[in-house]
Design a protein around this ligand. Structure first.
Ligand code: PMP
Length: 284
């Protein structure tokens, strides 16, 4: 059984409780981060904490969280759960007032802070060699996708739609242009150039995206940050997706159409290798 963290306490997972009045439960009024653990160490931790602060501030959640304290909690959970490879999930909500009300809770209401570990093999996965199949779906999410809220119903529905159609994931499309995957950023490669949507409120600003683009620079690869159409994706030489726990995952099929050779491509493979090398070195 896992040991989890809830509001200052480390408890067995079956003893962890949150109020039914919690704003996260009633209004999806919460934000989250997922940090990957490799060799028992945290990947990209500073970036995740910066984005957490930004999400909190965009939602006007006045939560005073010390990143050093959060680092200690992450490390303690790794230790207590003997985690070598996997993730740490962190969620902060606007807390639990006495009743349900659209208005924010009174000043001084404590936020709810929950962290738990998840075991997952992240290095040497079968996806690396086989790749993923995606379908395209309309992007029906709200307009502030740059904030990492726990409002994940639409991506969850899209993921299930993909599975029902024999695929692994969905890429969401708005006005003919791909925004991102259900839980990852989307890329195509054409004539040696990597194309990925530019940062805006339309997509989550992936921590992995930033690091992978830095790796692309180190490898002197060409990168174009701009929206690309679904048609461009179907006709790309290669496609891949990035996320904290997936690193870079090859996309070998979109809407039943083979991408390039239908096998993981060399650009994604090289980026994945360098990403893992660099991030293992800087893990804390
Ligand atoms: N886009 C969405 C919608 C996501 O949910 C995620 C993963 N949380 C990402 C992109 C990738 O972000 P990161 O690299 O920080 O995991």
């Amino acid at each position: 059984m896992r040991t989890v963290y809830v509001n200052g306490e480390y408890v067995p997972e079956n003893e962890a409780t949150v109020s039914i009045f919690d704003r996260g439960f009633l209004f999806a009024d919460g934000v989250y981060e997922v940090t990957t653990v490799v060799d028992g160490k945290l990947i990209g931790f500073a970036g995740h904490m910066e984005r957490l602060q930004r999400s909190l501030s965009e939602l006007k959640m006045n939560v005073d969280i010390d990143p050093d304290e959060l680092l200690e909690i992450h490390r303690e959970l790794v230790k207590r759960n003997d985690l070598d490879q996997g993730m740490i999930y962190l969620q902060v909500t606007r807390g639990a007032p006495d009743d349900r009300d659209f208005a924010f809770p009174p000043e001084g209401t404590e936020p709810t802070i929950v962290l738990f570990t998840q075991v997952k093999q992240v290095i040497g996965t079968s996806v690396e060699t086989k790749g993923l199949k995606v379908i395209s779906v309309e992007d029906l999410r709200w307009g502030r996708r740059d904030i990492k809220t726990v409002q994940l119903l639409y991506p969850s529905l899209a993921k299930m739609e993909a599975k029902a159609r024999g695929a692994d994931d969905a890429w969401m499309v708005q006005d003919g242009f791909v925004t991102e995957g259900t839980s990852n950023n989307a890329y195509i490669v054409k004539d040696g150039k990597i194309i990925t949507r530019d940062l805006s409120t339309d997509i989550l600003h992936g921590i992995t995206r930033k690091s992978v683009l830095a790796c692309a620079k180190l490898l002197q690869m060409d990168v174009e940050e701009r929206p690309f159409t679904l048609e461009e994706a179907w006709n790309a030489d290669e496609a891949f997706a990035t996320s904290a726990s997936g690193f870079t995952n090859p996309i070998v099929e979109i809407d039943g159409k083979k991408i390039g050779t239908g096998k993981p491509g060399p650009v994604g493979d090289r980026l994945r290798a360098l990403y893992i090398e660099e991030n293992r070195k800087s893990a804390i």
